[in-house]
Write a protein that binds this ligand. Sequence first.
Ligand SMILES: [Ca+2]
Ligand SMILES: [Ca+2]
Length: 182
Amino acid sequence: MHAEVSLGVLSAGSHTLKIGAYNNKKDHYLEATEMIIADLKIATGPPPYWAAAAAPTSVTVRRGAGVGGSDRVTVIWADGDIQKQWLQVTVKANLATLLANPDMFYFGNAVGDSGNSTTDTAVTTMDAMRARLDPHKSLLNPADIENPQDYNRSGVVSTMDEMIARLNNTTMLNDLNLITAP
Ligand SMILES: [Ca+2]
Ligand SMILES: [Ca+2]
C-alpha cells in the first residue's frame, strides 16, 4: 500500500483534498478503488483538541488518475468550511481500504499567508507586499496553480490578493501554529 497527497500550496481555502495512489483493491480481477466518507475520519484542530470536521460534500474516486495508473480519491467541502485551522485526515484501515494501519495526515490553512516564513504562518504586510510584487494579471501572464501569492486561486495575482492578506492579518498571538505530526 502506498498513499501520497497532492494539494499544492494551501494559501486560500483547502476545500479540495486529493488523496493519491490508492491501489487498495486493484488486482487482475478487480481494477477499482472504492472509498466512501465512512472510510475516512476527518477532524479539525487545534491539536490536541481534535473535533469532528464539517462533513465533505462529496468523496469521489478518479480511476487511474494517480501515479502509475493508481486511483485518486477527491474529497470536497463547501467553500470556506475548512479555514484558518488544521485538518486531520485519517484513511481508516478496514475491509474497504485494505490498509494494514490507518493512514493519517495533516493540512494547515492560513488565509493570505504566502509561506514567507518557515517558522510561523503569520499574515503580515510582508504577505501583502509579496502579492503586489508578483503581478500576474492577465491570461497572457497567468499565475500558475502553485503560485503562493494567488490567495483566492483565481489564476491571477492582483490587488484582490493583496487585500486578502491585509484583511486576514494575524500576529504571533492568533496565527495558525505550526505542528509536528506525530
Ligand atoms: Ca506570512
Ligand atoms: Ca488571485
